[in-house]
Ligand binder design. Structure first.
Ligand SMILES: CSCCC(=O)C(=O)COP(=O)(O)O
Ligand SMILES: [Zn+2]
Length: 211
């Protein structure tokens, strides 16, 4: 095993454990991958694995085309989505999680996507200007994975490092695992803020009197 492989497996196990602890990978949901920029090989989590307790055996090695080069079992069911993101971006890592907040936001999003503006957290997505605005693409949750992968490929915007799937979850990506994680955390922060901001506005319109 090369140094890169060893470090990548450690990174995937570490990130999965951290995200699982936050409740972002419940019931074996979600999947994570890292791409070797030199060989084009992709390291991805095994389908159905418990992301809280990943071991090196839960990481499979794939060719850029998705053929299994090493590892036992099946790679993530959603591998074609990861491959599509790698094909259409310069990403080195793709992290997919299901959270209550990303599902809530996706439920109320329309086909134009979810627009975030006038928020400090946009800097974590690489948008530093004062009037920054980011529209997160949203795609239907097609059950047929090749169709889902194609929809994600069509939706990817090079200025926005994520795609949201309706009532399913988010795919966040970046040039490195650290960048993909930062983008994922920034979007999840914005989802929580959006939901709670709407809730607080609704509460303000319907004040409750305590007697
Ligand atoms: C209960 S998760 C359903 C499948 C899914 O959406 C997912 O993210 C996990 O799939 P995998 O094959 O990568 O375990
Ligand atoms: Zn999923």
């Amino acid at each position: 095993m090369s140094d890169f492989e060893r470090r990548t497996v450690d990174t995937l196990i570490g990130v999965a454990g951290e995200l699982a602890t936050r409740g972002w990978l419940r019931a074996t949901s979600g999947n994570l991958s890292v791409k070797d920029p030199d060989s084009g090989r992709i390291y991805i989590t095994r389908s159905g694995s418990d992301k809280q307790r990943l071991t090196p055996a839960d990481v499979l090695t794939l060719s850029a085309e998705g053929n299994i080069l090493a590892g036992v079992g099946k790679p993530s069911f959603e591998t074609p989505v990861h491959l599509a993101i790698y094909r259409h971006t310069s990403s080195g890592a793709v992290f997919h999680v299901h959270t209550v907040y990303n599902n809530l936001v996706s439920r109320y999003a329309d086909d134009m996507g979810v627009r975030f503006h006038d928020h400090e957290m946009l800097k974590a997505l690489g948008h530093w200007q004062e009037d920054a605005a980011v529209t997160l693409p949203v795609v239907p949750n097609f059950a047929h994975i090749p169709q889902l992968a194609e929809a994600v490929a069509q939706a990817v915007n090079p200025r926005v490092p994520a795609v949201l799937l309706k009532k399913h979850g988010i795919y966040a990506f970046g040039e490195t695992a650290d960048a993909a994680l930062r983008h994922l955390e920034a979007f999840e922060f914005l989802f929580e803020w959006l939901c709670l901001d709407r809730l607080s506005e609704a509460a303000a319109r319907h004040p409750v009197t305590l007697s």
